[in-house]
Design a protein around this ligand. Sequence first.
Ligand code: GRF
Length: 203
Amino acid sequence: MVNAVIMASGNGSNAIELIKLEKELDNINFKFIITDNKDAGIINKGKSLKKDVFLFENKNNKLEHEEKILNKLKSENIEWIFLAGYMRILSSDFINHFYDDDLDQAKIINIHPSLLPDFKGKDAYEQAFKAKVNNSGVSIHFVDAGIDTGKIITQKEFPLIKGESLENFKKRGLKLEHDLYPKVVKNIDKFIETKCKEDIYEI
Ligand code: GRF
């Protein structure tokens, strides 16, 4: 059993899906949740699922902020980090602490609501919607020092329906996210065994 943590800044719907999955997992233990936002919905949601949620607010000093989080993660022997709507860019120093030679990746995974490399960064659903794409999607990827540039693990497409609202488009995307992220976590051993060498995993 390896220790993992979920980091989230907002509503936390993806974080909750991962926690719900925990009872089916024999390889990953989500020890707690970390948030950087005192108003994050995940604080109460996490607690209602009996998960500790630790708040690390950023007082405008990124280095100190990351150091505090890092100390907590180290003291709890955390091996994997799952970002679920965590709204900060992690520094390469922070990421390197989780680098795994075998995987040739840091053990930090993120979910992003677009078909990367399209629409990186914030408000990706809005970006895709405004661009009137035919197909949008969800990507799950390893985290590197760039913004949504790490190695893609898997992606799922979904079409933009003609005439639908942004709200509806986002709702459908989020539903897909809730399906995909737990599946990736369930398959984590497969990625380790194959050293993550496959281009895109069909899961
Ligand atoms: C999701 O769309 C996720 O892909 C993005 O931020 C949103 C977080 O939603 N990175 P939630 O907090 O998990 O509900």
